[in-house]
Design a binder for this molecule. Structure first.
Ligand code: RRO
Length: 608
């Protein structure tokens, strides 16, 4: 590790903030796998077990308009000179594009991400156990350990070629074409019988990892397991990659991907001490854990050649009109991943928190995400720590961001909404409240937000409870969105925000049954942009209060269109999953467009 690397905790090197371009230097084929090596001169050397989000520059537009989201890959090796190697198997539209990359082409990457393997301090020998393309993080770990025996399982001979990437490997194949005919756990049993004083480091498909975990538990062998889970962002924003553990769902991207399996745990559903325990320990230094010490009045966001366009939202001065959509950026998790760089280059003019409810919520069971044509379907289900812990733990950190804070709240009854509004009413840290009456993944949320009378009654109940601006987040899943917006305005809303996601569904191609744990989900991304534009345009004609517009914004021109349709402020959502720093680029592009345009925003900014 070089001297200038920032390490936040064992197993975790901080990532530069944002997405960067890496030039492919070499492509090598190992049977069914491809190794892509790229230069990454601006990136740090990763820790073994960390991963990157990768995309090609011509991403999208493939069959079914996929891929849309980047894909997560553990680093295979990080050769001297800060190059990065990844092991890729062509299993779908995203991996197909990546497998085709040739030397001289560019790759988009974010990373290194997550927490990797932790150095053993128990005097036990290291034993590496890998399955399929999951052997990747074991190669760099073997290098770092200075050697360790590897037990590698593959489906067939074409995949067993991957074993050439590690030293000292024993191989098993499902079809018996190479090495032991059977499972890699057969080899693990033999090894542990021979010398059981070992720590196991494993990565592979879920069924293999569960067998490894069960075996290690039976024998009292500690294990570190690098898990995989479908993820959209890699930095804690999408809440999609959760796995169940003894302490509840954890996001693999920030609390893993390496999790500890304690010998006392009884199933993979309760397997883990998140490696982030170590992170939590390291972060208990106030400096590491808090963003408070970094507060700066003026974030760099919006800095570019054209002057940023300051805007007034209900009396809140924003440096430019681009903010984040609630639930698509977790500033606290992002701080763990990107460190101080996040604060120094904060991409939004205000920060909108993920929805807070009165009681803590685990959220929906995984799978929570599905990549849709040019978009994403989420069924996250409002996971949050609840009002009390939010006030105690999150609010102090979020209040120290260099931009105004808007807290998004949702109640299952009017009484709960009233409780939430009252709780934040006296908090100077909070600039405004956004009332989420439009979550597509809980029935009550939609019912409240789809009916003008319900909205009116809700606003009449909570408006007197606070002087703060109340922004009502509308659903596109209503018969008459304009009527709902007008009812909100007439009952005292300070602004409306739209659109929340559009209710959608995906079927598991293998079974024909709903894919998402919550059955249906909310569609976002460029797929919904035209719907957002139409609804913003219609609502703008029907109300006088400001509109915070969102839906598929990827470029300055998308934001510009929404402003021309009547929005005062534009929120970026799903696009941040593809590039965490994209808000800054969009605000710069918007400023350039506005400067070029005849359209002046003077006079369009509304005060509440
Ligand atoms: O957490 C969610 O599932 C979720 C929420 Br609260 C929301 O408002 N919109 C959405 O698409 N997902």
């Amino acid at each position: 590790m070089s001297a200038n690397q920032t390490v936040s905790a064992p197993g975790r090197v901080l990532a530069p903030f944002g997405r960067r371009v890496a030039r492919v230097q070499e492509r090598r084929v190992y049977g069914a796998y491809v190794v892509v090596r790229c230069a990454d001169p601006d990136g740090p050397r990763p820790q073994a077990g960390q991963f990157y989000m990768l995309a090609t520059t011509d991403w999208g537009g493939g069959e079914g308009e996929r891929p849309f989201l980047p894909r997560a890959f553990s680093v295979l090796r990080s050769p001297a000179g800060h190059g990065l190697e990844f092991l890729i198997e062509d299993v779908g539209p995203g991996t197909h594009r990546l497998c085709e990359l040739a030397a001289g082409e560019d790759l988009l990457l974010v990373g290194p991400l997550g927490a990797g393997f932790a150095v053993p301090r128990d005097g036990r020998r290291a034993l590496l156990v890998g399955g399929g393309v999951g052997i990747a993080p074991l190669a760099i770990w073997q290098d770092e350990l200075g050697g360790a025996p590897a037990l590698l399982g593959f489906r067939d001979a074409a995949r067993a070629e991957g074993a050439r990437l590690l030293a000292d490997a024993r191989v098993s194949t499902d079809d018996g074409s190479v090495g032991h005919h059977g499972l890699v756990t057969d080899l693990l049993c033999e090894e542990l019988d021979r010398d059981g004083h070992a720590t196991v480091y494993a990565c592979g498909p879920p069924a293999m990892l569960e067998s490894v975990r069960a075996l290690c538990q039976e024998r009292g062998t500690p294990a570190q397991l690098a898990l995989e889970s479908g993820m959209a962002c890699g930095f804690g924003a999408c809440f999609g990659c959760v796995v169940p553990t003894r302490i509840g769902y954890v996001r693999l991207c920030v609390d893993g991907p390496v999790l500890w399996s304690s010998p006392s745990a009884s199933s993979i559903a309760h397997l883990a001490e998140p490696n982030a325990r170590a992170v939590a320990g390291a972060a208990s230094s106030p400096k590491a854990n808090s963003i408070a010490h970094l507060a700066k009045p003026n974030a760099r966001a919006g800095a570019g050649s054209a002057k940023p366009m300051p805007v007034d939202l209900c009396g809140i001065e924003l440096a430019h009109p681009i903010i984040n959509a609630s639930g698509t950026f977790d500033a606290i998790a992002a701080r763990r991943v990107f460190g101080d760089a996040l604060i120094e280059s904060f991409p939004f003019a205000a920060f909108v928190s993920k929805t807070v409810t009165v009681a803590p919520r685990e959220g929906n069971p995984p799978p929570r995400l599905w990549e849709a044509p040019a978009g994403l379907i989420n069924s996250i289900g409002l996971p949050n720590k609840g009002l009390e812990r939010y006030l105690a733990e999150d609010l102090p950190q979020l209040a120290a961001l260099p931009v105004p804070l808007i807290v998004n709240v949702m109640g299952f009854t009017a009484q709960e909404v009233a409780e939430l509004v009252s709780a934040f009413s006296g908090r100077d840290e909070v600039a405004a409240l956004e009332l989420n009456v439009s979550c597509p993944n809980v029935e009550t949320g939609l019912v409240m937000g789809a009916d003008p009378d319900e909205i009116s009654a809700l606003l009449q109940r909570v408006r007197p409870l606070t002087d703060k601006p109340l922004i009502v987040k509308l659903t596109p899943n209503a018969n008459d969105v304009v009527a709902v917006a007008r009812a909100a305005q007439d009952a005292g809303a300070s602004a409306v925000s739209l659109i929340n996601t559009i209710r959608g569904m995906a079927l598991d191609p293998r079974t024909g049954r709903p894919w998402l744990g919550g059955t249906t989900g909310g569609v976002s991304g460029p797929a919904v942009r035209a719907v957002a534009l139409a609804q913003v345009h219609a609502v703008a004609a029907g109300i006088d209060i400001p509109i915070v517009a969102m839906g598929g914004v990827q470029r300055g021109v998308d934001a510009f269109d929404l402003i021309r349709a009547g929005a005062t402020v534009v929120a970026v959502g799903t696009e941040s999953f593809r590039d965490p720093a994209v808000g800054a680029r969009i605000s710069e592009e918007l400023a350039t467009l506005a400067a070029k345009s005849e359209v002046s925003r003077n006079g369009t900014t509304l005060n509440c």
